[in-house]
Design a binder for this molecule. Structure first.
Ligand code: ADP
Ligand code: ASP
Ligand code: MG
Length: 402
C-alpha cells in the first residue's frame, strides 16, 4: 500500500463542480488501495477577497489578525471537499493545520514550518480514512494560527509528504505541469517532462508561482517524490527531482516577478561597514534583499542600490529612514515601478555567452536594463514595470525554448 499526498490549488476547488472533480481524483486513488492525504487551498480568489475585506476595516491590521482571517479560506475548502467525499460514500475526515500537527515559527503571514506532529494524521490513515488537511496554515507555540505566505499550501503538502514518508506528492493545479515560462504569457511555452530541484527552486524564487519556493526547498531536503499536474486534464505532468539530464539545454526556463521595488541610497561615506549596517538592519526584520549594486564611488562617497519585495517596501523605507544617522547617507530614493526578469538553467554554469544572449534579446526588444545579478544557474535583470511580458517573450524566443 502506498501513501500519496495530493494537493489541490484554489482553481481546482473553485466551485461545487470542481470540488466533485477533486473528490473523484482522490477517491479513485484511494480505491486503488492507496492511503491518501489531501491538502487544499482556499477556493478560487477567496484569499484575495479576504484581504480586500480586511482593508475595508483596517488597512494596517496586525499580521496576527490577518493570519486569523486568511486561514478561514482553507477551512471552507477542507469541509466542503470532505462533504463531497462523504456523499460519494468514502470514509473521510478534514483537519485544520493545527489538528494535523503543523507547528510553525511566529513570523506571522510568512511562517516557516518547524515540525509536524503526525500522530493524528497517521491514526486517521490507519483507520483507512481519507485525510484532508487545510493548506497554508499552522499553529505557533502560543497556539496562535499562522500562515505560510502566499502560495504556501504547496509547502504544507510537501512537508506532510516528508513527515509522513509518503511515496509521492502530487501538486494538482490549473496548468498541466511546469513550462519553460508562464504559458499565460507565452502560449507556445513548452511543458517540461522533468526539472531538477535546484532549477525549480530558482524558478519558483524568481517568480514562477506554479510552486511555492519553500515547497521545493523542502522537497530537495527530504528527497520528496514531487510532481506537478493538472486537476482538469489529468495529463502526465512534470516530475521535480534531484538530477536531470541537461542535454545541451542551457536555459530551462524564463520567469518574471512584479513584486519588486528598488531602493537607492546616495552619498554614503566610502568606509568599511556601511553595507553591513544597511543589510543587517534589514535582515533583523526578515526583509530579504535581492539584487545589490554598489557604485565605484567618487569624492569619498558611493551609492548603493538594492531590491526588496514590493510588499516589504514600507517596512524597509521606515528602517532606513529611522537609521539615517547610523548608515550615513545623503539621499534615499525608491521606485516600485520595476520588474525582474530571469533565466534559469543548470547548464549555464559551463557556457559563456548565455547572459550576452539574454541582453541581446532585450536590446532587440528595446528594453533598458537597470540592474543585473548572476549566479551559477541564473541571470536576473531589473527593468521598467510594464515591459516584463515583452521581455519574457523576447528571451524565450531568443533561446528557442518553444
Ligand atoms: P494553484 O492555485 O493551483 O496553487 P497557482 O496560480 O499558484 O495555482 O500556480 C499556477 C499558475 O502558475 C499557472 O496558472 C501559471 O499561470 C503560473 N506559472 C508561472 N510560471 C509558470 C511556469 N513556468 N510553468 C507553469 N505555470 C506557471
Ligand atoms: N490560499 C493561499 C493563497 O492564496 C495559499 C495557497 O493558495 O497556496 O496564497
Ligand atoms: Mg499556488
Amino acid at each position: 500500500m502506498s501513501l500519496i499526498v495530493q494537493k489541490f490549488g484554489g482553481s481546482s476547488v473553485a466551485n461545487a463542480e470542481r470540488v466533485f472533480n477533486v473528490a473523484d481524483i482522490v477517491t479513485s486513488t484511494y480505491k486503488e488501495g492507496n492511503n491518501v492525504i489531501v491538502v487544499v487551498s482556499a477556493q478560487g480568489d477567496t484569499t484575495d477577497d479576504l484581504i480586500e475585506k480586511a482593508k475595508e476595516i483596517n488597512p494596517h491590521a496586525s499580521k496576527r489578525e490577518m493570519d486569523m482571517l486568511l486561514a478561514t479560506g482553507e477551512q471552507i475548502s477542507i469541509s466542503l471537499l470532505a462533504m463531497a467525499i462523504e456523499k460519494l460514500g468514502y470514509p473521510v475526515v478534514s483537519l485544520t493545520g493545527w489538528q494535523a500537527g503543523m507547528v510553525t515559527d511566529s513570523n506571522y503571514s510568512n511562517s516557516r514550518i518547524r515540525k509536524i506532529n503526525t500522530e493524528r494524521v497517521m491514526l486517521e490513515l490507519d483507520k483507512r480514512n481519507i485525510v484532508i488537511v487545510a493548506g497554508f496554515q499552522g499553529i505557533n507555540r502560543y497556539d496562535d494560527i499562522t500562515t505560510l505566505g502566499r502560495g504556501g499550501s504547496d509547502t504544507s503538502a510537501v512537508a506532510l509528504a516528508a513527515a509522513c514518508h509518503a511515496d509521492l506528492c502530487e501538486i494538482y493545479t490549473d496548468v498541466d505541469g511546469v513550462y519553460t515560462t508562464d504559458p499565460r504569457i507565452v502560449p507556445d511555452a513548452k511543458k517540461l517532462d522533468e526539472i531538477s530541484y535546484d532549477e525549480m527552486l530558482e524558478l519558483a524564487s524568481l517568480g514562477a508561482n506554479v510552486l511555492h519556493n519553500r515547497s521545493v526547498e523542502m522537497a530537495k531536503k527530504y528527497n520528496v517524490n514531487l510532481c506537478v499536474r493538472s486537476s482538469l486534464t489529468r495529463a502526465k505532468g512534470t516530475v521535480v527531482k534531484e538530477a536531470v539530464k541537461v542535454e545541451g539545454m542551457l536555459v530551462r526556463g524564463v520567469t518574471k516577478d512584479n513584486d519588486v521595488a528598488r531602493i537607492s541610497l546616495c552619498g554614503i561615506e566610502d568606509t568599511p561597514g556601511k553595507a553591513f549596517r544597511i543589510f543587517s538592519l534589514l535582515a533583523k526584520k526578515n526583509i530579504n534583499v535581492d539584487i545589490i549594486l554598489q557604485s565605484i564611488g567618487r569624492d569619498n562617497k558611493k551609492d548603493i542600490s538594492f531590491t526588496v519585495a514590493e510588499s516589504h517596501i514600507d517596512e524597509a523605507l521606515k528602517i532606513i529612514e529611522e537609521n539615517k544617522e547610523i548608515i550615513g547617507y545623503e539621499t534615499m530614493s525608491y521606485t516600485t515601478k520595476v520588474s525582474k526578469v530571469s533565466i534559469v538553467g543548470a547548464g549555464m554554469v559551463t557556457n559563456a555567452g548565455v547572459a550576452a544572449r539574454m541582453f541581446e534579446a532585450l536590446y532587440e526588444a528595446q528594453i533598458n536594463i537597470h540592474m543585473i545579478a548572476t549566479s551559477e544557474i541564473k541571470v536576473s535583470v531589473l527593468i521598467d514595470e510594464g515591459y516584463e511580458a515583452k521581455a519574457v517573450k523576447a528571451i524565450h524566443d531568443k533561446f528557442e525554448l518553444a
